[in-house]
Design a binder for this molecule. Structure first.
Ligand SMILES: C[S@@+](CC[C@H](N)C(=O)[O-])C[C@H]1O[C@@H](n2cnc3c(N)ncnc32)[C@H](O)[C@@H]1O
Length: 263
């Protein structure tokens, strides 16, 4: 006889326990890897300074693998990417490259994942065409949705139209960005998607920390490109300062400045 499906509550619990087991195993593996690299460095102390470039690359790799084991995670939801024109899709591919580069340079990187990244789709082809070395980027790419990968209560969909303000970044959360470039504006698309999926949502605290600038002919927008959102998140995660973070990511053309700069 086929097995009866588990009630939804037990399903959620089972998923959360499985996720916690995966994270614990990754942390154990990371601790072993760290121990091995420490031993290698102790055996050959001059090697790092002799190979400056290689040492930096290996430091970046170490930090990324640390983020893979301990979070936080950042998914780019490419399940919405099919709504874009070819030009928008190419721009999204460049934004993914910039975001990846910034994450690689970060002292405290996120672990990145491109979700619903379907082989053969336009965004798949553009990422490979426009981004050198894309197939060896240190991140996950999957055809699956974040819904299939993480417990629902760990996911926060970031969307400029949310009523909730992002207050902090927590290592055990999974943050999701909509894989969209809005030239032909899809208003509230990610908010509606997240609400249908019963996910928590949050927007960046732009209007809480910034003021409208008078020098931009009345154009004010809180909608940033994904690489700009990333610059805000990454700077906040390193400095724990929202003013510093917003200064790093909110371009002057958005019509918002920090109160000091408005004087
Ligand atoms: C160009 S925006 C797309 C805006 C689009 N109208 C939507 O429905 O999300 C690309 C993505 O960056 C993130 N984003 C942009 N500005 C944001 C903000 N102020 N707060 C939170 N997330 C933001 C969102 O994840 C968004 O989907």
């Amino acid at each position: 006889m086929p097995e009866a499906p588990l009630p939804p509550q037990r399903n959620v619990l089972r998923k959360r326990r499985r996720w916690e087991r995966v994270l614990a195993a990754r942390r154990r593996k990371r601790a072993q890897e760290r121990e091995r690299s420490r031993a290698r460095r102790a055996e050959n102390p001059g090697a790092a300074s002799r190979n400056g470039g290689r040492a930096l690359a290996s430091l970046a790799k170490e930090r990324l693998l640390e983020a893979r084991a301990s979070g936080p995670r950042l998914c780019i939801d490419l399940g919405v990417a099919a709504r874009m024109t070819e030009k928008e899709t190419s721009r999204l591919a460049s934004q993914i490259r910039r975001l990846y580069g910034a994450n690689r340079r970060a002292e405290k990187p996120f672990w990145l994942c491109l979700t619903e990244f379907t082989e053969g789709s336009l965004i798949y082809r553009e990422c490979l065409r426009m981004n050198d070395g894309f197939s060896s980027y240190l991140m996950d790419t999957t055809q699956e949705s974040y819904l299939d990968l993480f417990p629902l209560d760990a996911i926060v969909y970031l969307t400029p139209d949310s009523d909730n303000v992002l207050e902090d970044i927590e290592a055990d959360k999974v943050y999701v960005l909509g894989g969209l470039v809005d030239e032909s504006i899809h208003k509230k698309l990610t908010l509606q998607r997240a609400q249908e999926q019963a996910l928590q949502t949050a927007r960046l605290p732009i209007r809480e920390y910034m003021v409208k600038s008078s020098s931009t002919r009345n154009y004010h927008s809180e909608t940033l490109a994904i690489n700009q959102v990333f610059d805000v998140l990454s700077t906040y995660y390193e400095t724990r300062s929202w003013p510093a973070a917003l200064k790093a990511g909110v371009a002057a053309g958005k019509g918002y400045v920090l109160p000091d700069a408005a004087k």
